[in-house]
Design a protein around this ligand. Structure first.
Ligand SMILES: Cc1cc2nc3c(=O)[nH]c(=O)nc-3n(C[C@H](O)[C@H](O)[C@H](O)COP(=O)(O)OP(=O)(O)OC[C@H]3O[C@@H](n4cnc5c(N)ncnc54)[C@H](O)[C@@H]3O)c2cc1C
Length: 327
């Protein structure tokens, strides 16, 4: 049995592993079989992670985090967790290989997935004009023409934020009225850099090396048109990866794992959560990393309070000789 299993290998998971490793907890990181490193593996330039003034490539940052975690004794397993049993003192984690790992604590750092449009050109031009994060990528679109897809609060917020950089921001929405709150709509309506295109869906992103435009389909009459653009921001929602914990952990109304205040403590003792899977608001590499720190420290404090015999099972310490009364 182990002391800590961390599920997920994004900034939250690897940072938790660095802290748990340095605390001597020998964490197992179940990193995913095909998506180890998390969301930043899908992007190119990261310019807002502190400590790298020249910026660096997303995969380079994640390989450095993995290396740092392994340096302190973390074991990184390229496998997926397929089910979990989180009740009781000993948690059980079943892997895609069929193996079952046991631990006294589990940290969920499974992240969240931006919803995709599922159209031609979207994946191919991701990081080359197609983005899901205005905070991350807005800076790259100074004096450019760009569009935001979506009609909710986050689409309005992204569009308004992007006018700081872009010359023109189209908001493309599939129906004739927005879902966003009135105040967010009004803020966008008042911004003369924003133009609304209603009853339109984006059906293709065009471009070879980078996005150069989109094909729009009118949802009323089915006609198509093209719109030249330098970038497309997709703001149609986000799904925290919580399928493993349905029925076991409490979730918030936003679908994230519920934690107690500023801590990483879930409703079950010994189970912690960190990163984008608990965060409906900030969703940045540095906030996820900070949250991973909190989870590792919470797990460490929890372990310190467990009975010695339970801890000995996880650390492999020999059980103490029973004390017998001398004759
Ligand atoms: C294209 C793009 C560009 C971005 N650019 C920036 C940027 O420039 N700056 C910035 O600060 N942020 C950026 N972000 C946001 C940033 O990537 C996230 O906020 C951050 O990665 C969240 O970290 P996390 O550890 O919580 O989750 P993630 O990075 O999503 O990692 C979660 C990990 O858990 C794994 N996992 C999930 N379920 C299982 C399972 N059952 N078994 C095993 N593993 C599992 C996943 O495969 C993944 O490896 C960007 C995001 C995207 C999509």
């Amino acid at each position: 049995m182990r002391q800590v299993i961390i599920i997920g290998s994004g900034p939250a998971g690897y940072t938790a592993a660095i802290y748990a490793g340095r605390a001597g907890l020998k964490p197992l990181v179940v990193a995913s079989s095909v998506e180890a490193g998390g969301e930043l593996m899908k992007t190119t330039e990261i310019e807002n992670f502190p400590g790298f003034p020249e910026g660096l490539q997303g995969p380079d940052l994640m390989f450095k985090m993995q290396e740092q975690a392994e340096r302190f004794g973390a074991e990184v397993l390229l496998d997926d967790v397929v089910s979990v049993d989180l009740e009781g003192d000993v948690k059980r984690v079943t892997l895609g290989s069929g193996d079952v790992e046991e631990a006294l604590t589990v940290i969920f750092a499974t992240g969240s997935a931006y919803r995709k449009l599922g159209i031609e050109g979207e994946e191919r031009l991701s990081g080359r004009g197609v983005s899901w994060c205005a905070t991350c990528d807005g800076f790259f679109f100074k004096e450019k023409n760009i569009a935001v897809v979506g009609g909710g609060d986050s689409a309005m917020e992204e569009a308004t934020f992007l006018t700081r950089f872009a010359t023109k921001v189209y908001v493309i929405h599939r129906s004739e009225s927005l879902r966003a709150s009135k105040i967010m709509q009004q803020r966008a309506f008042d911004n003369d850099k924003i133009e609304f295109l209603y009853n339109k869906t984006v059906t293709e992103v065009v471009g070879d090396e980078k996005a150069t435009g989109v094909v729009l389909t009118d949802t009323v009459d089915g006609s198509t048109s093209t719109l030249d653009l330098d970038g497309l921001f997709i703001a149609i929602g986000n799904d925290p990866r919580v399928h493993l914990v349905h029925g076991q952990l409490d979730l918030t109304s936003a679908g994230t794992i519920a934690v107690d205040g500023r801590s990483s403590k879930t409703n079950l003792t010994g189970v912690f959560a960190a990163g984008d899977v608990i965060d409906d608001t900030y969703r940045q590499a540095i906030t996820a990393a900070g949250s991973g720190t909190v989870a590792a420290l919470d797990a460490e404090h929890y372990l310190a309070g467990l009975p010695k015999d339970l801890l000995d099972q996880a650390t492999g310490a020999a059980p103490a000789e029973p004390v017998t009364a001398s004759a």
